[in-house]
Design a protein around this ligand. Structure first.
Ligand code: FAD
Length: 426
């Protein structure tokens, strides 16, 4: 397949695109992979040392994602600044139902981890610079045309336009994917009419490695343990969902008043909210596609499915999908099939479909169930939370979803190891 300029072009070097590039370089080092990213990347700009920032945005990584990063040889580095989640506490403000998950009950050291996005990006970049992945940045994929056994991709950069041919284009340009639209993929959109406010907060009590998911009549919120991996500190990463009016009102308050408002909403499980860092906010829409592949093209990451962040599933789901894609491309390479052929990409889609449908249902049903105050529904969810707490089978199912082990996961293999596909239900 050397008639093309490169084998795979990844449009977007965010968390999904960069992780895919690393996974491909590990599993299929003979492939030529080019990442095109709008933002500039200068190896000289990568800092030698890293200090977690009070204002950084972070991601809850499920236990299953740790296993994937281990297979990619990145976990040891990521773990330097990844705070373990040893307990999850789910509650409903003003109602008595609650459920608690403990890592120890599942014979795990943690249910998941919280890592700053900037730290994950830095780890990925440092590792990618040691591989043969080619990075085109700053540049933008602006168009794509199908050609025989592949695609012709147009790149726009400061020095003008150029074209590159490849076997396959992977679209990883995020939730507002311009390419997905341009290429005519049909998107299902469901606006939640809510925004996620993100900030780090200081509390008077230690988080004791507990992630709190709290549903309130004004929307769900999550407080995730943040800071040192080895010493349970007093910082938590807040994800607070609010409607537009409440968001505007909150943003206009002083930091002390924001802390007070948070205290009213969340309660005192973490003691007093003493300080709130820089607040950023994102409009929340569930975006999914029914079909994520076309001849020569595949959508991944947020370009394929952007979820409500409160259940912390978006990147974890993306990661599992990336591993299935790499596995399918590895099989195709072994059978000398063109990597962009529809049968190869459809095989990926079919293997990943059950996982993404289940994960979307899981996080969306949490929002729908807890987003109403109808008495019958609140009664049912209290009973549901208590039931989860009391029924070991239901609780185990819930824990597996939270740990990112609910769907199937393809094991990534480095060259020379034997093929096995592992079902997480084993
Ligand atoms: C508030 C919030 C909290 C979240 N919390 C969690 C969590 O706790 N756990 C979890 O699992 N998930 C979480 N998520 C989801 C997670 O952030 C995303 O799944 C993840 O960032 C997806 O990354 P991505 O690479 O697909 O997209 P992005 O991060 O958006 O990256 C897309 C990249 O593509 C580049 N780009 C765009 N257009 C082009 C183009 N035409 N050509 C080249 N490059 C282009 C952009 O510059 C960008 O770098 C959260 C999301 C939000 C909004």
């Amino acid at each position: 397949m050397k008639q093309h300029d490169t084998d795979i072009i990844i449009a977007g070097g965010g968390l999904a695109g960069a992780t895919l590039a690393l996974a491909l370089s590990r599993s299929l080092p003979q492939l030529r992979v080019t990442v095109v990213e709008t933002f500039p990347l200068s190896p000289d700009a990568l800092p030698d040392s890293y200090q977690p920032s009070y204002d950084a945005r972070s991601t809850a990584l499920a236990w299953g994602s740790r296993l994937i990063f281990e297979e990619l040889g990145l976990w040891q580095r990521l773990a330097e600044h990844a705070t373990p989640i040893r307990h999850i506490h789910v509650s409903d403000r003003g109602h008595f139902g609650a459920t608690r998950l403990n890592a120890a009950d599942h014979q795990q050291e943690a249910l998941g981890y919280v890592a700053d996005n900037r730290w994950m990006g830095l780890c990925l970049m440092r590792e990618l610079l040691q591989t043969n992945v080619v990075w085109q940045a700053p540049a933008e994929v602006t168009d794509m045309q199908p050609i025989a056994d592949g695609v012709r991709v147009t790149l726009g950069a400061d020095d003008g336009e150029r074209q590159l041919t490849a076997q396959c284009l992977v679209v990883a340009d995020g939730g507002r994917s311009g390419l997905r639209e341009k290429l005519g993929f049909r998107v299902n959109e469901q606006a939640y009419n809510q925004h996620a406010l993100i900030a780090n907060v200081s509390t008077s009590q230690s988080h004791n490695y507990t992630a709190y998911e709290r549903f309130t009549d004004a929307g769900p919120m999550a407080l995730l343990p943040h800071g040192s991996p080895t010493r349970a500190g007093n910082t938590a990463a807040l994800v607070w969902t609010l409607d537009s009016e409440a968001l505007d009102e909150l943003l206009a308050l002083s930091d002390d008043d924001k802390c007070q408002r948070l205290q009213q909403r969340f309660g005192w499980r973490l003691g007093r909210f003493a300080r709130i860092g820089e607040c950023s906010h994102y409009p929340l829409t569930l975006k999914t596609v029914d079909e994520s592949v076309r001849p020569g093209v595949v959508l991944v990451g947020n370009a394929a499915h952007a979820l409500h962040p409160v259940a912390g599933q978006g990147f974890n789901l993306a990661l599992r999908g990336l591993m299935v894609l790499v596995e399918q491309l590895r099989l195709a390479t072994g059978q000398q099939q063109p990597l962009g052929s529809l049968s190869v990409l459809k095989a990926y889609q079919n293997r990943h479909r059950q996982d993404w449908q289940q994960t979307v249902r899981f996080s969306d049903s949490l929002i729908q169930l807890f987003g109403t105050n109808l008495p019958l529904v609140t009664g049912a969810r209290d009973a549901g939370l208590m039931g989860l707490d009391l029924l070991p089978g239901a609780k185990r199912w819930f824990a597996r979803q939270a740990m990112g082990l609910g769907g199937r996961r393809a094991e990534i293999r480095t060259p020379g190891t034997t093929a096995t596909e592992r079902s997480s239900d084993e």
